[in-house]
Design a binder for this molecule. Structure first.
Ligand code: 13P
Length: 252
């Protein structure tokens, strides 16, 4: 049995005040969840606040990125795994499509960030997904395979025993246009098969999250699919009631 996981990617949103309010509202609701693992991924500058606010809860913290170098030093603008550990992070998102598209992160750089997360004892959440153009060209599986294979090439298949994959079709992110449960399931099943070709046991235990316009109202039908093990939530993770509704859908 794979334990469901719902992670909120806050992206570059929030203020000290709005985050305090969001976490206050979330904490009350999260206490009644049974099975689902809940993670929030704030902007780096708020990690200390979030760590303090979540101290006495089961809600975990993740980062939105991580430096590919394990060693401290001259890497202006980057944050190391060791630093993230110090602020209570358990997970690290790597390869989000916004990093790939807006900041030019290559498959190889994403793979190195994945490796750095593992080296620091963090669980990487590797984001993969195709653009609308790629879907229309019929190359979704090739794109996702390429993104995964770059990590397998660097880290080996066993690394996925301590990792999470998030399938986020770029055309569904922040657009209100969710993949249908079947569209998502098809790609999730492909991802699991791709991993299973190298290691069936790892594939069986691997949690694959869906991300892209998940809301309280569409979460249950997505979570009901056999290869969808949770969600990576953007916009809806900024509203406590919406986020908790998604967590509940994954919990049951
Ligand atoms: P939305 O839920 O806002 O579509 O964002 C998804 C996402 O990019 C999560 O990482």
């Amino acid at each position: 049995m794979r334990r469901p996981l719902v992670a909120g990617n806050w992206k570059m949103n929030g203020t000290k005040a709005s985050i305090a309010q969001l976490l206050g509202e979330m904490k009350a609701g999260a206490a009644s969840l049974q099975q689902v693992e809940v993670v929030v991924c704030p902007p780096f500058v708020y990690l200390a606040d979030v760590q303090g606010a979540l101290q006495d809860t089961t809600v975990l913290i993740g980062s939105q990125n991580i430096c590919d170098s394990a060693a401290a030093g001259a890497f202006t603008g980057e944050v190391s795994g060791e630093m993230l550990q110090e602020f209570g992070c358990r997970y690290a998102i790597v390869g989000h499509s916004e990093r790939r598209a807006l900041y030019g992160e290559s498959d190889e750089l994403v793979a190195r960030r994945f490796a750095a997360a593992r080296a620091a004892g963090l669980i990487p959440i590797l984001c993969v997904g195709e653009t609308l153009e790629e879907r229309e060209q019929g190359i979704t599986e090739q794109v996702v395979a390429r993104q995964i294979d770059a990590v397998v090439a660097l880290e080996g298949i066993a690394a996925f025993a301590q990792a999470v994959i998030a399938y986020e079709p770029v055309w569904a992110i922040g657009t209100g246009k969710t993949a249908t449960p079947q569209q998502a399931q098809d790609v999730h099943a492909f991802i699991r098969r791709r991993i299973a070709e190298r290691d069936a046991g790892v594939a069986d235990g691997l949690r694959i999250l869906y991300g892209g316009s998940v809301k309280g109202s569409n979460a249950a039908e997505l979570m009901a699919m056999s290869d969808i093990d949770g969600g990576l939530i953007g916009g809806a993770s900024l509203k406590a009631d919406e986020f908790l509704a998604i967590c509940k859908a994954a919990d049951s």
